[in-house]
Write a new protein. Structure first.
Length: 215
């Protein structure tokens, strides 16, 4: 139960929590890096999509990035603990990635990737939120934990290159397996209750309008 509270002192994060948060970042970016760089090669070379079609599929990442904060603001921050939402999103993501390997038409790939991105991109905010809520000094501790996400991105990129699966659907299978691992691992993360539990749901909060003040 002690892990539920946000750290407010000036001490360091306990080693067990630091290791789990670091591995969380590592796995989360392994999943993204497994397909993000090489998906265009697969779409154009293997599935023979046009450049426009490949660009449209790649563009699902941008669309999802704009929509996903609404989900996080409405549900994850108010009703469910962050680590459980993280586990569910990655489990659904694993299923979607598997089905990407089973289809070859533009419409099917586009639909699956769009739904997948809607599941994946909220995890970036969720992992950051989980990490920050268990830090005593974010300015000091967050970079040392977040850098493991970069290690994961670089490591999986090198692995994909060594395995020479840039033109193969295997890249999505690798991401799917990593997603299952991440889903299970998420359940071991420090309990992070919703920060907005019990608060009134306002449209301006969901849309993030108050953040415009920073401009």
């Amino acid at each position: 139960m002690a892990e539920q509270a946000t750290f407010t002192g000036s001490g360091s994060i306990p080693l067990s929590i630091r290791l789990r948060l670091s591995l969380m970042m590592f796995l989360n970016y392994v999943i993204w890096g497994a397909w993000y760089v090489t998906i265009d090669t697969y779409l154009t070379t293997t599935l023979h999509f046009t450049g426009t079609q490949a660009g449209a599929v790649f563009g699902t990442t941008a669309l999802a990035s704009m929509i996903s904060p609404f989900f996080v603001g409405l549900f994850a921050d108010r009703f469910f603990s962050s680590e459980r939402v993280l586990a569910l999103l990655h489990l659904i993501g694993a299923v979607l990635l598997f089905y990407v390997t089973r289809v070859g038409s533009f419409s099917a790939v586009y639909a699956l990737m769009f739904i997948y991105c809607l599941c994946y991109f909220p995890t970036i905010a969720l992992t950051n939120s989980i990490a920050l809520q268990h830090m005593s000094n974010a300015g000091r501790d967050f970079p040392l934990i977040r850098v493991f996400g970069t290690f994961g991105w670089i490591g999986i990129g090198i692995t994909i290159s060594i395995l020479a699966v840039e033109k193969s659907a295997s890249q999505f299978l690798i991401a799917a397996v990593a997603s299952v691992v991440m889903a299970l691992f998420s359940l071991t993360l420090p309990h992070t209750p919703p920060k907005g539990k019990g608060k009134e749901i306002r449209v301006r909060d969901i849309l993030g309008l108050d953040a415009l003040v920073m401009f």
